[in-house]
Ligand binder design. Structure first.
Ligand SMILES: Cc1cc2nc3c(=O)[nH]c(=O)nc-3n(C[C@H](O)[C@H](O)[C@H](O)COP(=O)(O)O)c2cc1C
Length: 453
């Protein structure tokens, strides 16, 4: 059990934005980078497994610029990279970000199910609707779908993917040499889905995944995003930098999940956190200052524009951020950053520098004890079930966390000391979804059972 002795424990994901999360992390003297460097990714995954991380989480957008973060401009495709990592890791969950706006359900369901088989039940899909409008031009689309339509398509996409994963009953493949029966035809199901966005007959050309349905992660935080997450996600990944707001978000997700008939306890909320760790607070502060000194406005301003959904490049840098109005891109993050600028009366330059560090996520600068204290507080005070840890640069920023913070959390009984056996769902304490074609237990009970033993 990951919840040792029945006690609720912190879960951890490692959010791997290549070369590190801090915009200038790749420039740190100890940083290593290279979007195609499998060696670095393998080393990172193995360090994360040493720290008993639950998830190795790859964000993605099918475009090069991704808000002009230079070290993420070129990178390996997530499902391909994770399939290679599946072969060199044993326990960590493998989370691939993939878009419902720029994929077809059949292909993607097949790829994610393949990863689940390859990894013995460690695959997860971070469902995104893609916010960069520029992606449309690479897919022959006249334009990017508006926010509400992206979410309507996402909801149908998820339903189709789940249906395809249920194409074969768990015990459909008997492979009986004596009788010559490879699979039981009665245990094969055609989806025959006809909907506003997709028409999918099925079945999927793959046995039901070890987890039944690979783990589903959702990162949208707007109203539509939360509604879909409450309905479909196993983990909700969010950006929060204020404890009270994070608590409200956490309560809201659990409540919405309960309103859709789900057990709110089984929808886990993971805010992102960027720890900058030094042996002492002063050392950590010096490290943070060093990273911030490497930030240049040439990259920080496009990143800010990306997250605000408005071009801020023409605004005076040292005046307060004006009210830019809502955006159709990342509604939740736009609101979070605009709110921060308003309450703290931040200039455009100041906000750009904040975004360069944590992009709106919680940033904790301190000693390992101080970082552990913050995580403990958010966890115990109803703001998080786990965290997506974003390290400023690789692999040193991760080593600081694994060597410094993990042992403290373990000593406090807040974190596991070994991986539990089983699939990713088992480790996270989440149930294996039943197939939509399974006979409900209640009707099974009514069937007279004959047994010749
Ligand atoms: C914490 C977080 C991480 C995200 N990561 C990605 C990503 O890697 N790729 C992507 O295309 N969208 C990503 N998104 C965007 C969402 O999938 C979604 O498209 C966007 O947030 C707009 O939805 P919202 O307005 O509901 O937040 C992320 C969103 C959040 C909140």
């Amino acid at each position: 059990m990951d919840q040792e002795e029945g006690r609720r424990q912190i879960r951890l994901g490692l959010f791997v934005l290549h070369a590190g999360y801090h915009l200038a992390g790749w420039r740190h003297p100890q940083a290593r980078s290279g979007g195609e460097d499998f060696g670095l990714m393998r080393e990172t995954a193995l360090i994360a497994e040493r720290g008993l991380f639950d998830l190795f989480f790859l964000p993605d957008t099918p475009t090069s610029s991704r808000g002009a973060s230079p070290s993420a401009a070129a990178r390996l495709e997530p499902l391909t990279l994770l399939s290679a990592l599946a072969a060199v890791t044993a326990d960590i969950g493998l989370v691939a970000t993939a878009s419902t706006t720029y994929n077809e359900p059949f292909n993607l369901a097949r790829q994610i199910a393949s990863l689940d088989h390859l990894s013995n039940g460690r695959a997860a899909w971070n469902i995104v609707t893609t916010l960069s409008a520029e992606v449309a031009a690479s897919f022959g689309r006249a334009g990017h779908l508006p926010h509400a339509q992206r979410y309507a398509r996402a909801a149908e996409f998820i339903d189709v993917a789940k249906g395809l994963w249920d194409s074969w009953d768990d015990d459909a493949f008997v492979r009986d040499k004596a009788s010559g029966v490879y699979f039981d035809k009665a245990k094969l199901h055609y989806l025959d889905h006809e909907g506003p966005h997709f028409s999918v007959r099925g079945p999927l050309s793959l046995a039901r995944p070890p987890q039944g349905h690979p783990l589903l992660v959702l990162a949208g935080a707007s109203d539509d995003g939360q509604a879909l997450a409450a309905q479909a996600a196993d983990i909700v990944f969010s950006a929060q930098n204020d404890l009270a707001e994070a608590q409200a978000f956490y309560r809201g997700i659990k409540l919405r999940a309960a309103q859709t008939g789900r057990d709110g306890g089984r929808v886990l909320v993971f805010p992102g956190v960027l720890p900058i760790i030094g042996a002492t607070e002063a050392e950590a502060r010096a490290k943070f200052d060093e990273l911030q000194s490497l930030v240049d406005m040439e990259h920080a301003l496009p990143l800010l524009s990306f997250f605000l959904g408005h071009d801020v490049s023409g605004l005076p840098l040292d005046e307060p951020l004006p009210d830019l109005g809502p955006s159709d891109a990342m509604k939740s993050r736009t609101a979070l950053l605009a709110g921060l600028a308003r309450t703290e009366n931040l200039t455009v330059r100041e906000l750009a520098r904040i975004v360069a560090a944590g992009r709106g996520h919680l940033v904790v600068v301190g000693s390992p004890v101080q970082v552990a204290d913050t995580l403990e507080r958010w966890f115990l005070e109803g703001a998080a079930d786990g965290f997506n840890v974003m390290v400023p640069y690789l692999p040193g920023g991760l080593e600081d966390f694994v060597e410094g913070v993990v042992p403290i959390l373990q000593a406090r009984g807040l974190y596991k000391t070994a991986y539990a056996p089983g699939t990713l769902r088992d480790r996270l304490g989440l149930p294996r979804p039943q197939s939509r074609y399974a006979t409900p237990l209640s009707s099974l009970e009514r069937v007279p059972v004959s047994c010749d033993r």
